[in-house]
Design a protein around this ligand. Structure first.
Ligand code: FES
Length: 104
């Protein structure tokens, strides 16, 4: 299936240094706004166990999983703190006219 831009949310729905869950079809994503106001997206579940990262904590440019406090680098998806050791899949994000889109 080819990639397409999907509208995920409005910019006002995610605070700076916060994360939001976005469900699309049978998939779940996490939409991030870092401490610098930059937007990113990744798969919505932690790679350690199936826990929603949107319930976690954005700390600067990292997301901390709510279950075992594993951490990932938000821009790259790289696992940064155990027990998370498998990188997250990330997705391109664009913002246009107050809406946030992800490329899936
Ligand atoms: S479920 Fe995320 S670190 Fe364990």
């Amino acid at each position: 299936m080819s990639e397409q831009w999907i509208e995920a949310c409005g910019v006002e729905e995610v605070e700076v240094e916060d994360v939001m869950r976005f469900d699309y079809g049978d998939r779940t994503f996490a939409i991030y706004r870092t401490d610098r106001g930059d937007w990113f997206a990744s798969d919505g579940f932690c790679t350690h166990q199936n826990v929603h990262l949107a319930d976690g904590l954005v700390i600067g440019t990292q997301i901390e999983c709510p279950k075992h406090n594993g951490r990932f680098d938000i821009p790259s998806g790289a696992a940064k703190r155990r027990p998370a050791c498998v990188d997250l899949q990330t997705y391109s994000v664009k913002v246009a006219e107050g809406k946030v889109y992800i490329l899936v």
